[in-house]
Write a protein that binds this ligand. Sequence first.
Ligand code: AMP
Ligand code: ZN
Length: 666
Amino acid sequence: MDAFKQINDLREELNQYNYQYYVLDNPAISDFDFDQKLKQLEQLEQRHPEYFDVNSPTQRVGGAITKNFETIAHQYRMYSLDNSYSKEDLLEWEKRVQKGLGDVAVTYVCELKYDGASISITYENGILKRALTRGDGFQGDDVTNNIKTIKSVPIQLKGDYPAYFDIRGEIILPFKGFEKMNQDLIEIGEAPFSNPRNTASGSLKLQDSAEVARRPLDCLLYAITGEQLPFETQFEGLEKAREWGFKVPTIAQLAPDMEAVFAFIDYWDIHRQELPYETDGVVVKVNSIDHQQELGYTSKAPRWAIAYKFKTEQAETVLNTISYQVGRTGAITPVANLEAVQLAGTTVRRASLHNADQIEKLDIRERDSVYVEKGGEIIPKIVGVNLELRPKDSVPTRYIDHCPECQTELVRKEGEVQHYCPNFYGCPPQIIGRIQHFISRKAMDIEGLGGETVALLVNSHLIENYADLYQLKKGDILHLERMADKSADNLINGVEKSKQIPFERVLYALGIRYVGETVAKKLAQHYKSIDALAQATLMDLILVDEIGDKIAQSVVDFFENEHNKNLIERLKNFGVQMTMEAKESTVISDRFAGQIFVVSGVFERFSRDELKQLIEDHGGKIGSSISAKTTYVVAGDKMGPAKLEKANKLKITILSEGDFADLVQA
Ligand code: AMP
Ligand code: ZN
C-alpha cells in the first residue's frame, strides 16, 4: 500500500477513536491498541516528512512553543451575558423579550453555565483554523496550538458543516483531573492550584503546548456564529454541532415558558453536584435565531439571553486564629481556624488562606467575622470579611517571618507566592515529612510503619533521616507508646523488605524536589544507577527527554549537597537498590554477539521487556528501527505493515515469537 494512503487512513482511524473516547465517552479500542496505532503513524510520518500535517493526531501531544500570544480581532464579537439572581429578575427579562418581539409565542433553551475560560474556534472547510480567547470581546489571544492538544476538540469535522464559522465554548478542567493534578503537585512538593476555573484559564496561556497536552482539559461548546448557517434555532444549532463532532452536553433543554425554565433551574441547582465539572448557573436563550436577530444586543450583551447565577452556599462565622503549617518541602500554608459552622451539609472548622497575598488582599484578621464558601475544592475558602462586626481593637494580620516550628527566618523567592522555611535539614515537619514520603506506598512502601510512628520516631530522637530507619533495632523501639512486640517485628521486617524495592522507586522516595513518579522512572531508565545520575551535569540532564531546566537544577542541587551524599552512601551500604536490575552480570551466553535485533508488535509468551532482556542476556543488541544493519526482526502480533515492508525490502530475516524461542534454546 502506498505510504500516503496508509498515513491518511491511520489519521482518520485515530481521529475517530479520539472522537469516541473524548467526545462520546465511549472508547472503541483499548488504550494499548490506540497507542500502538499512534506509534505506527508516528513512525510512518517520521519516514515520510513530506506528508507532515499540523492536523495529524500525532500533533495532539503538543510541542509547539508560543513565546508571545498574538492578539487577533474576533470576526464576530464575543459578548458577555447579563446576570440575574432571582426568578423575579427572569420574569422581568421575559417581559422585555415579549415586548421586543410583540405578541408572539417564544420558546427558550436552557443550558448550564459552565465555569471555565471562554474560547472561540474558527473552522474553515471543516478544519480547525484558529482558536482565540475572549480577551475584551473585540479581540483575543491566539491560543491555537494549545487548544489543538485538547482531544475533545475536533481538528477535522465530520458531516455537512458550513464552509466557515466560529464556534464558542468553555475550556474546563473536570474535578477529577483537577484533583489528580493537585495530588501530583503536592507529591513533588509544589503548591497545588486553587481552583479548576483558574487552572483552566491559566492553561490556555502556557507557552509550552506539550504541558497543556498533559493537562486533562475539556471543551464544551454552546454557540455557533457565522453567515447562512444551516439551522434556524439555537437548539438545532447544538444538535448540528454534535453531528459535526463537537462535544455539546445533552443537558440543554427546550422550555415553552418560564415555568419550564424554573423547573430546569430548580433541578440543576441540586443535581449539578453530580456533574463531573463545575457550573455556576443556567443560561436561558431565546430559541429562534430570527427572534434573536430582532432583539439584538445592548452595548455588551445579547438581549436574547440571560444568565441565572446559582447561589453558592455561604456561611458566616468567626475566625478565631490563623495558624501556619510547614510542609515537607518547607512551604508555609496559612490556615484559618474557625468557629464551627454548617456549610453545604458538613461542619466546617478550617479554611485555607492560601498565602500572604490572599490574606492581605481580603484584609483578613483574627477575630473577624468571615464568609466561607465551598467551591470545587475539598477545603472551603474565605471569600470576604463582614467589616461591620470587626472588633474595634482589631489590627491587620502580620504574616509570620519566622518558621513556627524551627524559628528560622522565612524566605520568599522572586515571583513565587509561597513563603518557605529554608532550614531543610533541621526543621522537624520537613524532616518528618520527607521520611513519611520515603515510606509511602508509591515510594518504599514500608509495611508496618505509618506516618504517626515516623513522627514518634523522630520526636524520640531515634531517627533523623530515612537512612536511619535501616539501623533501627527492635530493642530501640519496643518502649515506644503503643508499640507491641508484634508491631515492632512488623516494622523491622517492613524496613528490611524495602531493600527489594526497585531503583526507580527509591529515586522517587528520596524526595528530590520536582521529581515525581514519572520523572523518577525516566531518570532511572536513562541513567541506570544513582552514581551515573549524581554525576550528570545540568546540561546532560536537560538533554534527557522531558526533563526541563527546573527539574535538572533541582537534581543537580540535590546531589551536590553533602548531607544527601552521605544519606545515599549509607542507603547503598544498607543494601537499598541504587541501580537498575543489574544487566551486564546476567549475560548467559554470547550466542547473539554482534547481532542487532529489532523487536516489534505484541507477544504472547514474553513481554517486550523480557524479550529484549533475553537478547541482551545472550550478548545481542537492540536496535530502535529497522535498517540495513539489523540482523533479525522479531515480529509479534500487530507489527506495523510499514515495518514489515521495510524488513522485506532489506531482506532481513523475520522471526516469529516461536522462531525466536527456538533460537534462544538451540
Ligand atoms: P460572564 O463571564 O459572567 O459575562 O458570562 C458570560 C460567559 O459565560 C460567556 O463568555 C461564556 O464564556 C460563559 N458560558 C458558559 N456556559 C455558557 C452557555 N451555555 N452559553 C453561553 N455562555 C456560556
Ligand atoms: Zn522550619
